[in-house]
Design a protein around this ligand. Structure first.
Ligand SMILES: [Zn+2]
Length: 114
């Protein structure tokens, strides 16, 4: 389950930020996950519940996941479009060389503290 590693990374970032800013209680962790990361929110929540118990700073925190759709740009005609169902084909010129503009992200966008 790769979600366990992802949640561990999220906590590493959050706990480091908390330490640097003297935060003792985190109530909410907002993350952005690109659709291409193929994250299963339920599994992420499940791992989050387990790992959050390891630190009193985050044990009461809630995880909020914002999923970002995949956006692409055609390398031939520069048309920008939403990629549906992983079809990396330009709807304008049918070129298949697509630059991914959005959809690979996985980051902590912000945290809310007590
Ligand atoms: Zn095109």
């Amino acid at each position: 389950m790769h979600e366990m590693g992802l949640v561990q990374n999220i906590f590493d970032i959050v706990l480091k930020t908390a330490e640097q800013n003297g935060i003792t209680k985190v109530l909410r962790i907002n993350i952005r996950a690109g659709q291409m990361r193929a994250i299963v929110p339920e599994q992420l929540q499940f791992c989050f519940e387990i790992l959050s118990k390891e630190s009193p700073i985050v044990e009461e925190a809630k995880l909020v996941i914002e999923t970002l759709p995949v956006e692409g740009k055609c390398k031939s005609c520069s048309h920008e479009f939403s990629v549906e169902e992983y079809r990396f084909v330009c709807p304008k010129c049918e070129h298949e060389d697509i630059e991914v503009l959005q959809g690979m992200e996985l980051m902590v966008s912000n945290i809310e503290v007590a």
